[in-house]
Design a protein around this ligand. Sequence first.
Ligand SMILES: Nc1ncnc2c1ncn2[C@@H]1O[C@H](COP(=O)(O)OP(=O)(O)O)[C@@H](O)[C@H]1O
Ligand SMILES: [Mg+2]
Length: 473
Amino acid sequence: MLAFFLIIGLSFLMMAGTLMNMLGEYLFSQRIQSDRAGLEKWAVQAAGYLTFSDAAGLDDTVRRAGAELGGRVLLMDELGKVQADSFQTALGRRLDYPEVASILVSGETADYGVHSLETGEAAQGENMLRFAGEEEWVSYSTAGIVSSSHVIGVMMLVSSVRGLMQGLSTVQTQMTVLFVVVAVAAVASGMIFSGVLTRPIAEMTRVIRRMSKGDLGARVAEKGSGEIKQLAIAFNSMSEQLEALNQTRNQFVSNASHELKTPLATMKIMIESLIYQPDMDAELRTEFLGDVNAEINRLSSIVSDLLVLVKVDSRSSDLVKEKLSLAEVVKDAQHRLQPIMDHREQDIILKLQDSCDMLADKSMMQQIVYNLMENAAKYTPDKGKITVTLQRMGKDAVLTVADNGPGIPKESQPHIFERFYRVDKARGRESGGTGLGLSIVQQYVNLHDGRIRVQSDVGQGTTFIVELPLNKL
Ligand SMILES: Nc1ncnc2c1ncn2[C@@H]1O[C@H](COP(=O)(O)OP(=O)(O)O)[C@@H](O)[C@H]1O
Ligand SMILES: [Mg+2]
């Protein structure tokens, strides 16, 4: 703002200076012209009296000329001697002003000059302005008196330029006043204007400070126009995301704590029973210890699943890609799950149409396939049927895992990929699941630029469809 006012102020000063000079020059040239024209007229009249040395005529002429032109009029002969003076005081004296000499010596017809009465110095142009009002300044106007094309004398008008000088100095004062008024107004309006501009930014800074102190609900007002409003909108949308993220995180931590607490509480009860009932019979004791062991397994699988998710979240899980056949991965998972499915007399059908060779992280692929097939086996009742298909479709490998189990209600379907979400809380926990399996599957599929979705009808069964791009090979 300071730089701005400096530039404006300097240009105003330069402009004012130029304007004053122009005005001064114009007023002086006007004055010169009118003085000259008046004097030349009288010089013609005086020519006759001077030729015949008519002193009374000359005296009368200078008096009338002085009265009409508003100044002192002198008349000199060709030697520069004063022959007539409307003030009478210089009669008979020789005046060698340059304005007089220029006519008598170099034959000019007219001349002009400005002089100080006090110092007798001549001044030109700008100097005159500088001394305006401090001294009495007069102008000397001269015109040659010509008779039969000979200069026989000079007529001179001495008139005050005080009025002109005063006019100019008034204009100068007025300009100064105007400058001060305009400058004050400009500074004031500039401050108001810059205040209006910076206020939203200052408000945003306040809100950012509040947010960094933990108040994530703080928002800025989306008012104003243009860029500032866009900035406010973008800022608020960022804040909303931040708040949502924070909420998700809090939810996750509280869910995780709850999930870890349940097995701990169960274990505590069983271990206390073992401590306070030393005479418990051996069979029951073994059963309790077996239950404690199962809870420890649960805890450890929750913790390892959480570690997996934390790793994916922090993006520190680098994909170790290698060439693999997805069909082999499916066969492998089937092999591992066969004992459980045999035990439950479930039927498993594999329809592997293509080998689906691809570059992918093997352990992640194993997790994806195993978790989906394990869920199918786990949630499908005894004697159920599980069908796994694999085929190439365009640039994708398409894996489907279908069962004829209980199905997933429509309202639960959007949530099954959320962390710790289970359709039937109690049963899910009983069956040993952590509620994290599908979250991990979805994250791994995303890391491989794939897609996963579910189709399910209650009572009919569930089908998970996974599409993984093959083009990376
Ligand atoms: N094949 C399926 N049939 C019916 N419900 C399923 C099936 N797969 C997953 N679900 C539901 O989705 C929930 C989330 O699955 P998942 O994330 O693997 O957790 P869990 O550890 O409980 O298996 C399960 O608790 C279950 O309610
Ligand atoms: Mg599962």
